[in-house]
Ligand binder design. Sequence first.
Ligand SMILES: [Zn+2]
Length: 121
Amino acid sequence: MDTYQGACKYCGEIKPIMAESQAAADERVSNDCACGGAKLEEIKARLMANINFISRKNEEKALSQLTEEQVKLLKRAGAEIVNDNCNKAVFDFGGSKVTIWEAGEKYKVKRTTTREELTEA
Ligand SMILES: [Zn+2]
């Protein structure tokens, strides 16, 4: 154990800390930093997992698998919402719509199908 100048990877703040290595010092300072960067990363990771989940094919709900490009679009929007650059995003993919929004402390993702069947006689 030695004293290292650990740097927060989110905000750059430097703090002296006892650690095994520079990398371990950086990691510890990043996780404990008052900037909240680590918590934000965790929230983002959960939101991305939710976006993957909601983009899948779901026959029961008449939802088809979204394309890779569409999922990328959703993730980009999700990241901007977590970064506070946007409050809500709505995507119309034709067969379904996806809404991503901030609700208090939470980030929600909703996918609705816009499919319908109409017959006439
Ligand atoms: Zn920080």
